[in-house]
Design a protein around this ligand. Sequence first.
Ligand code: NAP
Length: 288
Amino acid sequence: MAGLLDGKALAQQIQADLAQQVQSFQAQGHRAPGLAVLMVGDNPASAAYVRGKERACAKVGIASLGQHFPADATQEQVAAAIHSLNQDDRVDGILVQLPLPEHLDAVALLNLIDPDKDADGLHPTNMGRLMRGEIGLRSCTPAGVMQILKTYNLEPKGRQAVVLGRSILVGKPMALMLLEADATVTIAHSRTPDIGTIARSADILVAAVGRPNFVTPDMVKPGAIVIDVGINRIDNPDGTTRLVGDVQFDAVESIAEWITPVPGGVGAMTVAMLLQNTVWSYSQRFAR
Ligand code: NAP
């Protein structure tokens, strides 16, 4: 049976460490760090994510300085809010909760965020820093995966890594981070023929596809490290719903050496990395 990579416990540990760091900065007379989450509209899933982020901020001692706009907010209104947060000295991190209503241009708005306050690590400047191997704010979900591997001493160096999915949010930055850590990386996607053979070559298999049960046991090399980024809501026979990943967990668990559960794996780490990015950005402000 594979060992469980417990993202939830690790996230709690990281949050406790961050709370201590914040306390020690404040003991030196500094203000609290600030994170501004901008939400537009009333998408219930987004609202739940925003509440979760604000609760996590409170535990660490980060001030939540977000704003909630009505669903018909204009591009100019949201842009003006980002410009003002860029100038606001109490704010160390800014993020725009996605998805946005269709009439808004999400990419244009993300590009307005000061790259040094880009808590989600999605700004082209931070993507460029990742590409060049320079210090910078890293995208939270793949950074969470790297933190899990590091904590469990699962060194990517010299290993074959396969990333299933090539989104700008997960797949691409994930592949770059594994490459930066000296893995040999393959990215597979919806146009990749014979994806099973490629997946089976992986010592580290990262699934970020968004399809329940996509990774079946025949796609997994015995002894592989399997990281399940997927978060999919599916229906139970009794009419309730539950969250599952992209990996057929019960079957793959007996083949892999290590595996992340869903929930309690990568998802738990994403918010911890957001807080870590905010506190890092805060600490850099005082180092300047
Ligand atoms: P996305 O933008 O929809 O990208 C999905 C990727 O999977 C695309 O590159 C797509 O290929 C590929 N794909 C889709 N169907 C495929 C197939 N049949 N065979 C091979 N490749 C296929 O999704 P995302 O934002 O990257 O998210 C992926 C999953 O991770 C989702 O379940 C999402 O909810 C979850 N997620 C979790 C966290 C977390 O905190 N754990 C954070 C973000 C996302 P093409 O590019 O060719 O279309």
